[in-house]
Design a protein around this ligand. Structure first.
Ligand SMILES: [Cu+2]
Length: 151
């Protein structure tokens, strides 16, 4: 019985520590954008959202000095035709990561300026629970398929 209680306390203790560390534990990785052709009104940013916490969180807003507005879009192929629809939020389940990538979810930016290959820009992501996180987005080639090309 004594052993059982000790074990129980150990489990509860470990759980409490994990929960405390988990508060607002959203990480943003591999933020990259495609260079925009001259005069192009829109640009796209891709990144990976990681939720190391125990609670679900969601991306609710994004902003950048280089963009008038930023929307969340999901691209889906229906009968061979690629279609985009707007998402209100991007959900990040606990212990999971969500990768925004070509032909999937992306940040659609109404550009104020051209995105030049090799440069970078700041991006502020606002999460429902984790709050605002600022990241630096690297700009790759026009039509790049991942963050390695053109770097
Ligand atoms: Cu889009």
């Amino acid at each position: 019985m004594r052993y059982l209680i000790a074990l129980l306390m150990l489990v509860v203790g470990a759980w409490t520590v994990t929960a405390a560390e988990a508060a607002g534990s959203i990480a943003v990785e591999h933020a990259w954008a495609r260079a925009s052709p001259k005069g192009a009104p829109n640009g796209v940013t891709y990144l990976t959202l990681v939720n190391n916490g125990m609670d679900a969180d969601r991306l609710v807003a994004a902003s950048s000095p280089i963009a008038e507005s930023i929307q969340f879009h999901e691209e889906k192929s229906e009968d061979g035709v690629s279609k985009m629809r707007q998402l209100e939020t991007i959900d990040v389940p606990p212990g999971a990561s969500v990768t925004l990538k070509p032909s999937g979810i992306h940040l659609m930016m109404k550009l104020k300026q051209q995105l030049q290959e090799g440069q970078s820009f700041p991006l502020t992501l606002t999460f429902e629970k984790a709050g605002a996180i600022e990241v630096t987005v690297k700009i790759g080639k026009v039509g790049a398929m991942d963050d390695m090309s053109g770097m």
